[in-house]
Write a protein that binds this ligand. Structure first.
Ligand SMILES: CC(C)(O)CC(=O)SCCNC(=O)CCNC(=O)[C@H](O)C(C)(C)COP(=O)(O)OP(=O)(O)OC[C@H]1O[C@@H](n2cnc3c(N)ncnc32)[C@H](O)[C@@H]1OP(=O)(O)O
Length: 258
């Protein structure tokens, strides 16, 4: 399907989605979020794709929800439209890993969207923030929860209550980003990481992702039990037989994602 606000391409087994609304710094309007949801669902359903990279421009990953679009909305309108919920959370339903490759501003909903992904690679110029407080609102797409889990209460309070931005080095130090790379290398590095993941067994990658994400929602005991169930179930896959046989035979594994 044709998209106006995102670019969709494939690089080997990696699906690359680029937010492409440069004049508005990739502000996340309803249409953009609909298009993003469609692209994510399509890549998730495509057996030729093993990992997804989501990126923006050099200046902005995304400067948040579209303030001009939402400023005159009423409470009944946002309530009955399930504003945020139904359009924003598709990324959370994707079984394949999603890497956020962030350059420039990742603010408000932009930071929240990046945090909904499975990991964040930051370019050296990345700036993360939850500046909603300056607009007389607060984060509404998971920022108070995911930022707090990532960087801890004190730093999350600092950012959310003052609107202060965090640069890439601080984001890596604070566990918000898994690595920092030069701006010019961002997409190449993210795709390289995506290709590595996509070359591995699809079922084990998807289940490992599910188990790590479960750590946010379960007690340690429940999470370990959940992990054990998934781990044992992988002995029913061809890829487990192939991966272990390849090790024993000292040759590279040929995973078939089943
Ligand atoms: C999801 C929720 C519930 O959590 C809510 C939110 O996300 S609320 C939004 C939170 N984000 C912000 O408050 C950031 C708003 N933007 C800025 O503060 C600045 O634009 C900046 C610091 C990111 C960049 O500043 P600068 O380089 O000076 O560029 P600008 O001239 O300000 O912006 C260029 C152009 O983009 C438009 N723009 C930027 N952000 C948004 C936005 N979030 N929504 C709509 N439009 C946005 C800006 O208006 C400019 O366009 P023109 O007015 O020149 O046409």
């Amino acid at each position: 399907m044709a998209h106006e606000m995102i670019l969709v391409e494939t690089r080997g087994r990696v699906g690359l989605i680029t937010l492409n609304r440069p004049k508005a710094l990739n502000a996340l309007c309803d249409q953009l979020m609909e298009e993003l949801g469609q692209a994510l669902r399509a890549f998730d359903a495509d057996p030729a794709i093993g990992c997804i990279v989501l990126t923006g421009s050099e200046k902005a990953f995304a400067a948040g929800a579209d303030i001009k679009e939402m400023k005159d909305r009423t409470y009944p309108a946002v309530y009955f439209d399930d504003f945020i919920g139904k359009r924003w959370e598709t990324v959370l339903t994707v079984q394949k890993p999603v890497i956020a490759a962030v350059a420039g501003f990742a603010l408000g909903g932009g930071c929240e969207l990046a945090m909904m992904c499975d990991m964040i690679i930051a370019a050296e110029n990345a700036k993360f923030g939850q500046p909603e407080i300056n607009l007389g609102i607060m984060p509404g797409a998971g920022g108070t929860q995911r930022l707090t889990r990532a960087v801890g209460k004190s730093k999350a309070m600092d950012m959310i209550l003052t609107g202060r931005m965090m640069d890439a080095a601080e984001a890596e130090r604070s566990n918000l980003a898994c690595r920092v790379v030069p701006v010019a290398d961002l997409v190449t590095e993210a795709v390289k990481m995506g290709e590595k993941i996509a070359s591995l067994s699809g079922p084990s990658v998807a289940m490992a992702k599910e188990a790590v994400n479960a750590a946010y929602e379960m007690t340690l005991k429940e999470g370990v039990r959940f992990e054990r169930r998934l781990f044992l179930s992988l002995f029913s896959t061809e890829d487990q037989k192939e991966g272990m046989a390849a090790f024993a035979e000292k040759r590279p594994a040929q995973f078939r994602h089943r």
